[in-house]
Design a protein around this ligand. Sequence first.
Ligand code: FES
Ligand code: FES
Length: 79
Amino acid sequence: MSQPEVPQKSPYAVAVEAGKSYRWCACGKSKAQPFCDGSHKGGEFKPVEYKAEADGTVYFCGCKSSKKGALCDGTHKSL
Ligand code: FES
Ligand code: FES
């Protein structure tokens, strides 16, 4: 499996709404980070759905190396 692109080595803080679904960009190519804009088409990556359970701020992974998928787990600090 090839490596995703790295739009930034830090998370994106996003205000999410309870019950709403978000499509996190796993390939790193989207121009609408941290979300998918369809730029992955033709490659091996697919967006990851994240459903917000509550209103609040979520830290989506910007380095695309998190072991928690869409959410930052601190892995960016070791890049
Ligand atoms: Fe990156 Fe869709 S643009 S997963
Ligand atoms: Fe990717 Fe933090 S931004 S793990």
